[in-house]
Design a protein around this ligand. Structure first.
Ligand code: NAD
Length: 486
């Protein structure tokens, strides 16, 4: 049974209850995750508050030294952590390594915190008066994360929050708590003082509550800021409840990402990129391309290539790091949801160009292979909903304008990609599509650590995104001092 980490001590949850953690490749239970309580959150906040005065006064250079040691430990344990992700999440080893590497990029950036926190000064801003602006930590911050990136998304949050001088309460997904615990344990090993980073498990709906930890975080007067990443309905509610309680909140939600293939595209490049975008991580990415819109005469060549590639993709167990093309989905609930959408396709008589159900292995993990559907109606769930599994919807439109108009009917606003050789088409697309992360001839246009992860519309609730300069702004507040000495 896993435990919470409070003041650098592993501590059992006060509930005594737990939920199972599965190995999705086998469908077998590999650990128990505690169902946290409001009392657990209270204890973690008390520890974080007690640690705040000293940590926030620690020179940024000294905080950076701990981050450098953390980075070194993450590099040293890179393969071990990647395999842990394979085991509890079901990603392939390459995907798990990518997950951790993207998180490490943020740690790299946070190591530069002394320069990143440099303020602004203007002497003689008025007669005999100097003005300066300096960034201060906001206080105790909390992070609530989803299951689909067990390393990257937690590492979006606490390394930068701590580098900025805040203390932190981390509430990971109960589906992937082993990676979470290891990430926290290594940070403590790197030299974090007690109470600076605390871990409280929980957040799965059980008969006894389970989401109490999340509600307790959102209601707690001792927490100043909350970072959330997860599905849109929960993100919206987290934002509403957290801000109603006077907190700063950034809440990233779900997505439906469109990819547009123009007739002049490099079809090999486009097919490879669409395939990895739609089926990488078994489609469980907020930036997964889930609708491909083929404009004009691009339809035949791209459809044939995608069909051929998807049919030959290998699907199999990933828990031992085997080199397969695609692993399972996270759990039985996710498998049932994907199957339900494919059945909806059957009922709506869509064209099932590739049917992933042939990879089903009842009683042997949560497997469904890549599926490609075409001929989907405008109001179908296959076009409108976030399926969050390996299902690609293929549509035809006359031209670029019609394709952009279709993409803009989505209420979400995470990513969109165009495949073309025309600079003019790419520019028109990038400027007119209504979402925050754009790719031109790119598979998944997820921004690197230096840029904000810039979801729009129903994909993001708040003002400042995670990552990049917006991440630093979120975890700090500005103090402006005017000085006159004569
Ligand atoms: P989820 O919303 O079910 O869970 C996210 C977090 O919220 C978890 O920690 C969970 O314990 C907690 N939670 C779940 N239900 C809750 C409830 N009713 N009340 C309070 N807390 C609750 O999301 P998930 O299934 O873990 O992750 C997949 C979702 O996350 C997808 O929709 C995906 O698009 C989204 N996502 C978005 C981004 C992004 O940057 N926009 C990145 C990754 C994932």
């Amino acid at each position: 049974m896993l435990q919470n980490l409070i003041s650098n001590q592993w501590t059992p949850s006060s509930s005594g209850e737990s939920t199972p953690v599965f190995n999705p490749s086998r469908g077998s239970e590999i650990a128990r995750c505690p169902v946290g309580t409001a009392a657990d959150v209270d204890a973690a906040v008390a520890a974080a508050r007690a640690a705040l005065p000293e940590w926030s006064q620690t020179p940024p250079g000294d905080r950076a030294r701990i981050l450098f040691r953390y980075k070194a430990l993450l590099e040293e344990k890179f393969q071990e952590i990647a395999l842990l992700i394979c085991r509890e999440h079901g990603k392939t080893l390459v995907e798990a390594q990518g997950d951790l590497r993207r998180g490490l990029d943020v740690v790299d950036m946070a190591c530069g915190i002394p320069s990143l926190l440099m303020g602004q000064k203007l002497g003689q801003v008025a007669r005999n008066i100097d003005g300066e602006a300096e960034r201060f930590p906001v206080g105790v911050c909390a992070g609530i994360t989803p299951y689909n990136f067990p390393a990257m998304i937690p590492l979006w949050m606490f390394p930068m929050a701590l580098a900025c001088g805040n203390t932190f309460l981390f509430k990971p997904s109960p589906k992937v708590p082993l990676t979470a615990a290891r990430l926290v344990e290594l940070f403590v090993e790197a030299g974090l003082p007690p109470g600076v980073l605390n871990l409280v498990h929980g957040g799965v709906e059980t008969v006894h509550g389970g989401v109490e930890t999340v509600h307790a975080i959102l209601d707690h007067p001792g927490i100043q800021a909350v970072s959330f990443v997860g599905s849109t309905p929960v993100a919206r509610e987290v934002y509403r409840r957290g801000t109603a309680n006077g907190k700063r909140v950034q809440a990233a939600g779900g997505a439906k990402n469109f990819m547009i293939v123009m007739p002049d595209a490099d079809m090999e490049l486009a097919a490879d990129a669409i395939l990895s975008s739609s089926f990488g991580c078994s489609g469980q990415r907020c930036m997964a391309g889930s609708v491909a819109v083929v404009a004009g005469r691009a339809a035949e060549p791209i459809t044939e290539k995608l069909q051929a590639l998807a049919k030959t993709m290998s699907v199999g167990a990933t828990d031992e790091g085997a080199a397969v093309g695609m692993g399972p989905v996270i759990d039985a609930v996710a498998l049932e949801r994907v199957q339900r959408y494919l059945s909806l396709g059957d009922q709506q008589r869509v064209e099932m160009l590739v049917d992933g159900r042939r990879h089903a292995r009842p009683d042997q993990g949560y497997f469904v292979g890549p599926s490609i559907v075409a001929g989907v109606a405008a109001d179908s769930g296959l076009l409108r909903d976030e399926v969050f599994g390996p299902v690609l919807t293929l549509l035809r439109e006359e031209d670029l304008d019609a394709a952009i108009a279709l993409a803009n009917t989505s209420p979400y606003g995470n990513g969109a990609v165009i495949y073309t050789r025309s600079g003019g088409a790419a520019r028109k697309f990038a400027r007119n599509v209504n979402c925050g992360m754009i790719g031109v001839n790119i598979g998944v246009p997820a921004p690197m650590a230096l840029f904000p992860f810039a979801g729009w519309n129903e994909s993001f609730f708040g003002d400042l995104h995670v990552q990049g300069n917006e991440g630093i702004q979120f975890y700090t507040r500005t103090k402006v001092t005017l000085t006159r000495w004569s």
